[in-house]
Structures are given as C-alpha cells and as structure tokens.
Design a protein around this ligand. Structure first.
Ligand SMILES: NC(=O)c1ccc[n+]([C@@H]2O[C@H](COP(=O)([O-])OP(=O)(O)OC[C@H]3O[C@@H](n4cnc5c(N)ncnc54)[C@H](OP(=O)(O)O)[C@@H]3O)[C@@H](O)[C@H]2O)c1
Length: 336
C-alpha cells in the first residue's frame, strides 16, 4: 500500500511517500480502507518536530480520517466489513479521565496515523459515521470538532444566551462557532481578514472583529458586550493572545486553553483571572465518548462541517502547503 511517512524534523517537503506491506488485523483489531483525511495545525508541528507529546519517528502522519472496515481480527463482533468508521484521536482514551500513558496513544504522532491507504487499529478505537456525513465530512471531526465540543459542553457547560469568543477562522474555531450557535449562544469571532469575517457571519457569527485592524481587540469585544465581556473564550492563540482573552472575559467566565498560534514565549500575568474569578482550563481533544457525543450533536442538528478545499491523496503535500498558508476557513481535506 501507499502511505506518507514523517521520517525527520525537516518539515512538509521532507515527508516521504512510501510503499509498505498492507497491515493485517490481529485479535481485537480492525483493518480500515481510508477514504478521507483532514489536516490540523498539530500536523505541521509533527512534520517539523518538537511537538510536545507524541513525537515518534518514523510515523505515518495525520490523526483525522474516515473509511470503511475491510476485515476484522478474531474476537471482533461489533464491526463488520463495509461499516463506515472513523478512528478516534487518542486511541486508548475511551471515557473518563485520561492518564499520561493513555495520552501517548495519539494517531499521527505517538502511533501511526491515517495518511495511508489502509490502517489497523483496535476495534474499541473507532466510532461509526452517521448517515448524515460523507467520508470527507466525517474526516474533519476527530480533532477539531471533538476539541470544540469538549471545551464548550464538557468543560464549559455552555448555556443558551451566553456569549462565546472565537479566535481566528481555523478548524477548531469554526466548529466551535457552529456548535455554539446550535446551543443558542451568541458568538463573536476574530480574524485577520474582513473577507473571512464575512464568511463567518454567513456561518452564523453574530459579530466579528478584525484583529489586524484592531490589535487591542479585547476593547472591541468589551464594547460589543456592553462592557461586560464574554462568558467563554475558545483560546487557540496561546501566550500571544491570552492576555487579551483574559481582558475580554466577564467576571466568572471561562477560558478554554487549546492551542498556540501566536508568540509562544510571551509572558502573561495570571492575576486578571484571580481578580475576575475566571476559570482557565486546558483542553486536549477528547475521549471516544466525547467523539460520539460530537457526532450525535452534528448529525441530529444537521451541521455540515465547513470544508474549505479538498485535495487528492497524490496531492497530500500540496494540501499541507495550502493549510500552512492559513488561507483556509474551517477544514482542509485529503480524499483517497
Ligand atoms: N488542545 C487540543 O486538543 C487542540 C486541538 C486542536 C487544535 N489545537 C490547537 O489549536 C490551534 C488551532 O488549531 P486549528 O487546527 O484549528 O488551526 P488552523 O485550522 O490551522 O487555524 C489557523 C487559523 O488561526 C487563525 N490565527 C492565526 N494566528 C492567530 C492569532 N494570532 N490570533 C487569532 N487567530 C489566529 C488564522 O485565522 P484568520 O486568518 O481568520 O485570522 C489561521 O488561519 C493550534 O494551536 C492547534 O495546535 C489544540
């Protein structure tokens, strides 16, 4: 079979297309023919090395995919050939709280990922794709959508009428926008681009702020909330945006710490969170149970993931380059 392999820390151009024997399922495992995959910011980190956890070499990259089961190992009764499935991001995290060793089982980093024609994973580490989603749509869910779900509903207990601040128009933020609207929340989104803000408004954003034109965007957020601030921030910016996120948040509000897109070395005082009784909590993707909840919510509410552009398997490195250029809104998909 054909698969891509990250063998060094030299970035996208060093990812190799390789021929490997097709993997066969052992006891308790399933073999999946992959049909689609999607990219996450993390995948750029895996290609260039230094990703905090799960940094093995060589590794088949990408965590997010969807396909159909072609065979099952002995003892597997819950799946059969033809079932449409998606592997979960953290392969060993089924429910409850994870441990450090569980968090080492992330696809496309700690263990081989989905940018291969066939993969073999434990039968417990996949979820069924609802009929409402095709393979491309299902392949966008495992990291970005599950993270947004975890932040807003598992950690955040988002309530109708609350206000949610989203930073930028990437994969996590656009899923968080769609899920927050589903729950009856008010949404404010920031972006580097007025054109992207217009698109976000069409997707349901109530208000938008261009963070390039308004570097002190927390002041805009305060004005748009009559001085009160927001109830939740889906914080994908990291140290470079955190202080302004803290200043955007209402007394008693929550900041869901998810990523680093800006100035990793910036220093932030924790005191604003003390004086304003804020909850600041780290989020790391989610369990199989959260993946299932996310799929249930998306299917029941007929939410369609926002796919900006689709590339073929042969063009996978072009997909990486396009994704790295940050021109996208939502997700970038590779179809096999
Ligand atoms: N903790 C977790 O479990 C978890 C899960 C998923 C992702 N993450 C992290 O979350 C972050 C986002 O991931 P993703 O996959 O959604 O990324 P993505 O799709 O690559 O999103 C990139 C977008 O972020 C926006 N952006 C860039 N710099 C920004 C800044 N300084 N302020 C505000 N927005 C900025 C840009 O949108 P505009 O052009 O519209 O500004 C850019 O296009 C990454 O750091 C990723 O590692 C963490």
């Amino acid at each position: 079979m054909k698969c891509y392999v990250v063998e060094s820390d030299q970035g996208i151009d060093a990812i190799q297309l390789r021929d490997r024997p097709e993997p066969e399922p052992g006891p308790g495992e399933v073999k999946i023919r992959m049909r689609a995959a999607s990219l996450n910011y993390r995948d750029l980190g895996v290609a260039s090395g230094g990703y905090l956890r799960n940094d093995t070499r060589p590794v088949i990259p990408l965590s997010d995919g969807a396909g159909e089961i072609v065979s099952v190992g002995s003892g597997v009764t819950c799946w059969q050939p033809g079932d449409r499935v998606s592997p979960i991001f953290v392969q060993d995290w089924l429910d409850g709280a994870p441990s450090d060793s569980i968090l080492k089982s992330c696809l496309g980093g700690g263990v081989d990922g989905v940018l291969a024609e066939f993969i073999v994973v434990p039968a417990t580490a996949v979820v069924a794709i609802p009929a409402e989603l095709d393979f491309a749509a299902a392949a966008t869910i495992p990291c970005a959508a599950v993270t947004a779900w975890h932040a807003l509903f598992v950690s955040g207990n988002l309530q109708p009428g609350q206000t949610v601040l989203l930073l930028g128009t990437g994969g996590v933020s656009i899923f968080a926008l769609q899920l927050a609207k589903m729950a009856g929340a008010r949404t404010i989104i920031t972006s580097s681009s007025d054109q992207k803000l217009e698109l976000a408004r069409k997707l349901g954003a109530d208000l938008g702020v261009n963070y390039r034109n308004h570097p002190d965007w927390h002041q805009q957020v305060r004005t748009l909330t009559e001085g009160r601030g927001v109830d939740h921030v889906v914080e994908v910016g990291g140290p470079g945006t955190l202080e302004r996120s803290l200043k955007s948040t209402a007394v008693g509000g929550s900041i869901h710490l998810i990523g680093v897109l800006d100035s990793p070395a910036a220093k932030v005082s924790p005191m604003l969170s003390v004086f304003n009784l804020l909850t600041v909590r780290g989020i790391y993707v989610g369990s199989r149970a959260m993946h299932q909840q996310t799929l249930n919510a998306i299917a029941t509410n007929q939410i369609q993931p926002v796919i900006d552009r689709t590339f073929s398997f042969d063009q996978a490195l072009d997909a990486y380059r396009y994704f790295a250029s940050q021109q996208h809104v939502g997700k970038v998909v590779i179809e096999f």
